[in-house]
Write a protein that binds this ligand. Structure first.
Ligand code: NAI
Length: 450
């Protein structure tokens, strides 16, 4: 049995970054992964989606470039090349992780890891089985798409984001069940490529976990781009039509006809085959329960990322993984996980951090907010970007920043300035002191905090 200071099961952004941190701290580390290194984020999630979204955005911009005096004709979207480029990007980043793991002398085991009692891990590989013993264990096995119990879910043409990401041909008519983060990003992607898209969301608004104003603005924008948005709508069943297309029967609405159906109604933690006898930590509704350090109820066994439920975001998993390793090493956390920014790569982008005004008021805080429209922002106007806005939420008396919600160009980059301000406990006055360059999108932050 090989002994390690840390055995990480799952090599997504929670697991591999934790393994890197552990190796940097001098811990003898093993990383167990049954598929490709990089996890959902790199192989079936953030990176491939953003690569395709980037291509779709470029396609739309080129078609509208006449406004800037750029004349281009016969612009076409080549689905095969978009796939090839996406696959190259993924391969390049995966290579980077493999090289870094090797440089840091991390032992990578390619197989399925199962946690047994007393921090023993068995790894089933193509060649047999390995037995490992860890002083610490980190479970970072991620999540997979959840499938609702709707009749017809198993029909051909009903897919999750995993399968949709691998398709090079665009559907004429795409129906999306679930108007959450995945649903709106794919709606944005396929609308830009020219598909006729319908989003069916069960709750009264798109992105139910986000601020109402953001959801309303997004709904308007989607409609402007030709996307049909149905909120408060539930799919009863999916059926195959005689011509091979799919029909979605809804509760109290006319059916929706489609050539392809994307199901994006959330994700479920991956814990199948993860535990042997006496190896299972306390769980609740499929997720592993952890404390603020990522510790489970089993001594020395930690868990981070999607497998623990909560905020299913790559950067949240990375931060939690690095903090967990530092806790194992008796060190203070390196990341302040109270403020996890959330970014949605629609066009324009959406980004939020901290509290919305409604959340602050619900928490009993005397709060107010200030909104600045991007209509007068020079960079927005000169680049022909969608207008959008930035809203800041602050404590009335002290002026302390409580949160920010943005829907504008480069929101996913600019949100970090607000995250830094929240982590540092800054007031709007503090934020006013920074001189921001002109002309930039971020100079609108100066206006927003004045
Ligand atoms: P989600 O939880 O964001 O949204 C699922 C949506 O489906 C909800 O709005 C829910 O009300 C709706 N829904 C559930 N059952 C339904 C039904 N039967 N009919 C119609 N609507 C129904 O989940 P999503 O979009 O699948 O994303 C999964 C996870 O991946 C999320 O936790 C998200 O944070 C993460 N993710 C993050 C991204 C980003 O940060 N840019 C991008 C993609 C995913």
């Amino acid at each position: 049995m090989k002994a390690y200071d840390l055995i990480v099961i799952g090599a997504g952004p929670g697991g591999y970054e934790a393994a890197f941190e552990a190796a940097d701290l001098g811990m003898k580390t093993a990383l167990v992964e049954k598929e490709a290194l990089g996890g959902t984020c790199l192989n079936h999630g953030c990176i491939p989606t953003k690569s395709l979204l980037h291509a779709a955005e470029l396609y739309r911009q080129l078609k509208e470039a006449g406004l800037f005096g750029i004349r281009a004709e016969q612009i076409t979207a080549d689905g095969e090349q978009m796939q090839a480029q996406k696959n190259d990007v993924v391969a390049q980043l995966r290579k980077g992780i493999e090289t870094t793991a090797a440089k840091k002398k991390i032992d990578v085991y390619r197989g399925t890891g199962t946690l047994l009692e007393n921090r023993c891990v068995s790894v089933k590989t193509a060649d047999g089985e390995e037995s490992l013993q860890g002083t610490h264990i980190l479970l970072a096995t991620g999540s997979r798409p959840a499938l609702p119990p709707i009749p017809g879910m198993d029909l051909e043409g009903v897919v999750t984001s995993d399968e949709l990401l691998e398709r090079s041909e665009k559907p004429e008519r795409l129906a999306i069940i679930g108007g959450g983060v995945i649903g709106v990003e794919f709606a944005s992607l396929y609308a830009a490529l020219g598909s006729s898209v319908t989003v069916i969301e069960a709750m009264p608004q798109l992105l139910p976990n986000l601020d109402r104003e953001i959801a309303q603005s997004l709904k308007m924008l989607m409609k402007k781009r030709g996307v049909r948005v149905m909120t408060g709508a539930r799919v009863q069943e999916i059926r195959k039509n005689g011509d091979g297309s799919l029909g979605l029967n809804l509760d109290g609405e006319d059916p929706v006809e489609a050539d392809l159906v994307l199901v994006s109604v959330g994700r479920r933690p991956n814990t199948e085959n993860l535990f042997g006898d006496n190896g299972q930590p306390a769980m609740e509704r499929g997720r592993i329960l952890v404390n603020t350090y990522g510790e489970t109820n089993l001594p020395g066994v930690y868990a981070v990322g999607d497998v623990t439920g909560g905020i299913m975001l790559a950067h949240a998993a990375t931060a939690a993984g690095r903090n967990a390793v530092r806790h194992m090493a008796g060190m203070p956390p390196c990341a302040d996980v109270r403020y996890i920014p959330s970014c949605i790569y629609t066009e324009p982008e959406i980004a939020c951090v901290g509290m919305s005004l409604d959340e602050a008021k619900a928490a009993g805080i005397q709060a107010d907010s200030h909104k600045v429209l991007m209509t007068a922002n020079g960079k927005t106007v000169l680049s022909g970007a969608e207008r959008g806005y930035i809203r800041v939420v602050y404590e009335k008396e002290s002026g302390k920043l409580l949160g920010a919600q943005m829907m504008c160009e480069r929101a996913s980059d600019m949100i970090s300035e607000f995250t830094q301000a929240l982590v540092s406990g800054l007031t709007l006055k503090d934020m006013q002191r920074a001189v921001r360059p002109h002309p930039t999108f971020c100079e609108a932050i100066t206006e927003a905090v004045c």
